[in-house]
Design a protein around this ligand. Structure first.
Ligand code: IMP
Ligand code: MG
Length: 181
């Protein structure tokens, strides 16, 4: 598995620092709120698990599985929810926990969908951000971002290529030959 990694982009130590920093901000910002951490599976599993342990406020957790589909370039896209939250989010200040903000389409569609359920507030937190890949039509602003990364395919710490590499403890760049063959 390690042979397929070109370089480490975010080390275990750096991930720990990112998690500490973001958890600190959340602990300040959500003091008087009713926080629901909403983990988007599967990519956010490691980030969610580490982050929630550093949150010192009472909070609820939940999980969603969703995929976005774009029929054509003109299409606004649709999101299909495979696993929904178990609770009524109108009671909560919802914070979506994502692995990576890439084109931004999936998160954008998800935010639009969840907004219709009238959460008390709705914000996003992503471990990684690939700004170069952003769809110019997406104006979504994330409240918390761990680290901006270059336009390369990354795996590890939850992120996969064809369901592999999620269990690497760091985020690394996948060698091109692995997915170009
Ligand atoms: P978006 O809708 O283009 O922002 O796609 C977001 C989703 O695509 C993420 O939640 C990831 O599951 C996946 N993704 C995007 N870039 C990468 C990457 O570099 N490695 C692994 N998965 C990625
Ligand atoms: Mg994926």
């Amino acid at each position: 598995m390690l042979n397929d990694i070109k370089e480490v982009l975010v080390s275990e130590k750096e991930i720990e620092e990112i998690v500490d920093r973001i958890a600190g901000q959340i602990n300040e910002d959500y003091k008087d709120k009713n926080l629901l951490l909403l983990c988007i599976l599967k990519g956010s599993v490691c980030f969610m698990a580490d982050l929630m342990k550093k949150i010192t406020l009472p909070c609820a957790i939940d999980f969603m599985v969703a995929k976005s589909y774009y029929a054509g370039t003109e299409s606004k896209g649709e999101i299909k929810i495979y696993k929904d939250v178990d609770v009524d989010i109108s009671e909560y200040d919802v914070l979506i926990i994502e692995d990576i903000f890439d084109s931004g389409r999936t998160l954008n569609l998800l935010v639009n969908k969840l907004s219709q359920r009238n959460p008390r507030s709705l914000e996003c937190c992503s471990l990684l951000d690939k700004p170069e890949r952003r769809d110019p039509d997406i104006n979504l602003e994330l409240k918390y971002v761990g680290k901006a990364v270059p336009d390369e395919f990354v795996v590890g710490y939850g992120l996969d290529y064809d369901e592999a590499y999620r269990n690497l403890p760091f985020v690394g760049v996948l060698k091109r030959e692995v997915y170009e063959n």
